[in-house]
Design a protein around this ligand. Structure first.
Ligand SMILES: [Zn+2]
Length: 176
């Protein structure tokens, strides 16, 4: 304990360093941040659909088809290239239904077009008049809302069938 007298000068040196450090820290320019006031975006499914319909016009049928491919993901091997143009538009309306139930960020998955050899023999899939959408991993109430909304929206133009069981999906086909 005979070196206890050294403690005072050591503490003093520490104190000096601490003060020096604080001064240095304060001297650094502090970046000035001003939060941007951005208008809150409120998603409106109806407005989105109106925009979609507006966008259709300059596109032509191939454009609508490309839009459908862009707004969805497709399961590997899905063949949609000969899809009836009317089904492209209907597919986009189904996308809109998914958006209004699941939110705008949701990307629906098309699981079948004219590509699967195991549809019923007279299936409209073979005439490029049917699409399957993935619905399997959603909550029961989400599935129900999607089926109900799609059925209502496409009434008179397309049939919406909720296929249940092992390969559960949403089947959408053009009416004759
Ligand atoms: Zn189907």
């Amino acid at each position: 304990m005979k070196h206890l007298y050294l403690l005072a000068p050591i503490l003093a040196i520490f104190a000096i360093f601490a003060v020096y450090f604080l001064i240095q820290t304060n001297r650094r320019p502090i970046p000035h941040y001003e939060p941007k006031q951005e208008p809150e975006v409120i998603f409106d499914a109806e407005e989105y659909l109106r925009q979609l319909k507006k966008d259709h016009k300059p596109f032509g049928t191939r454009g609508v088809h490309r839009l459908l491919l862009k707004r969805t993901r497709q399961k590997a091997g899905v063949y949609l290239e000969s899809l009836e143009p009317a089904l492209d538009s209907i597919g986009l309306e189904v996308v809109n239904v998914y958006h209004s139930v699941m939110g705008f960020e949701y990307v629906p998955v098309i699981t079948s077009g004219n590509d699967w050899p195991y549809h019923a023999q007279k299936s409209k899939h073979y005439e490029n008049k049917a699409l399957d959408f993935r619905i399997k991993f959603l909550l029961p109430e989400e599935k129900k809302s999607i089926v109900e909304l799609a059925t209502k929206k496409l009434e008179g133009r397309a049939r919406v069938i909720w296929e249940k069981g092992e390969a559960e999906h949403l089947h959408v086909e053009l009416l004759d």
